[in-house]
Design a protein around this ligand. Structure first.
Ligand SMILES: [Cu+2]
Length: 364
């Protein structure tokens, strides 16, 4: 294409008295244009458009997908082809603890807050079964932010206690997405713990890392105050005022403390899939003593580097990565710090391994 254009331009310039002065820069520009076009093709992102993803054929029969309770995530997608997967979620209302001695009636997907982590890839065809446990007191449904369709699937999945609904969707956009119950009153269903994450990996999968964890932040509005013993219930007025008693990771003030502290070794790259269920508060997500080497901005495909604190909206998510270089305890917080130190949004990653005085040393 480039050479076809050059010849007529050359002929034209050949008849021009100043051709020596004009031909060289024009040719140079054309060559540069060609080089730049090639470079753009070479550096085209590995991800594809959602329209292209829609055309991927998922082969084979439907297979059950592995889903996991927090803080675990299913095995990476790797380089597998798009396939047909069945995902089963059950909405379960159950009494659990916000912290030791403080009970709360959680509404959950698969019995945990957040609900099970779902891991698929672009082009997968998903058959989602949403069952509402027979002991539930109300109807529930699911809105997956990874779904293109009315209500993100909510309209097709509204189920009464004891019933099951099935929706099918094709996964067309890579990223990390929140799912949540969208049954009225929606803020109450979410405030009771009805949210989770679905990861959509690009074709070929995300880059390999050593450790992966699943964390979601939620704000809880109770009939009592933080630390009260006994069974607390949802308080509508506090929810409307956006004044929670608890702001916690993974549904409990100690879910990532004590025996539940996350573990990593020096030299390992740690990736955290972090989402905010809300229903109301955003998170200033931060790990004290670490710098995020990579942040997938708003959990999409663009990567920022060297980030201290990343803002995650309610109903949003982020993927962060850092390399554990120095042994010690690293505290995970919402850097709106009263939430961390007074309402429960605090956890820990323990890094073990050899000291690394080049990067850090202390004389104490
Ligand atoms: Cu619900």
């Amino acid at each position: 294409m480039k050479f076809k254009l050059i010849k007529p331009i050359f002929n034209f310039l050949n008849n021009f008295s100043m051709r020596k002065w004009i031909i060289a820069p024009v040719l140079a520009s054309l060559v540069m244009l060609g080089v730049s076009a090639c470079k753009q093709n070479e550096s085209a992102p590995a991800t594809m458009s959602s329209a292209e993803a829609e055309k991927i054929v998922a082969e084979g029969n439907y297979e059950e997908a592995e889903v996991t309770a927090p803080p675990l995530v299913p095995a990476p997608i790797g380089d597998r082809k798009a396939k047909k997967v069945i995902i089963r979620l059950e909405t379960i209302e159950k009494v659990g603890e916000l912290e030791d001695g403080t009970q709360y009636t959680f509404w959950t997907f698969n019995g945990t807050v957040p609900g099970s982590f779902i891991r698929v890839r672009v082009g997968d065809e998903v058959e989602l079964h949403l069952k509402n446990n027979e002991n539930s007191t109300v109807s529930h449904n699911i809105d997956l932010h990874a779904v293109n369709g009315p209500g993100g699937g909510a309209e097709g999945t509204l189920v009464a206690p004891g019933k099951e609904a099935v929706v099918n969707f094709k996964v067309t956009n890579p990223g990390l997405y929140v799912y949540h119950c969208a049954t009225a009153p929606v803020p109450e269903h979410i405030a009771n713990g009805m949210y989770g994450l679905i990861l959509v990996e690009p074709a070929g999968g995300l880059p390999k890392v050593d450790k992966e964890f699943y964390i979601m932040q939620g704000d809880f509005y109770t009939s009592g105050k933080k630390g009260d013993k006994g069974l607390l219930s949802f308080n509508l007025d506090k929810s409307i005022a956006e004044n929670p008693d608890y702001v916690v990771f993974n549904g409990n003030a100690t879910s990532l403390l004590g025996k539940n502290v996350l573990q990593a070794k020096t030299g390992e790259t740690v990736r955290i899939y972090f989402g905010v269920g809300g229903p109301n508060l955003t998170s200033s997500f931060h790990v004290i003593g670490e710098i995020f080497d990579k942040v997938y901005i708003e959990a999409g495909t663009k990567v920022n580097e060297h980030v201290q604190t990343t803002m995650v909206p309610a109903g949003g998510a982020v993927i962060v990565e850092f390399k554990a270089t120095v042994p010690g305890d690293y505290v995970i917080v919402d850097h709106s710090l009263s939430r961390a130190f007074n309402k429960g949004a605090i956890g820990k990653i323990k890094v073990t391994g050899d000291e690394n005085p080049t990067v850090y040393k202390s004389k104490k």
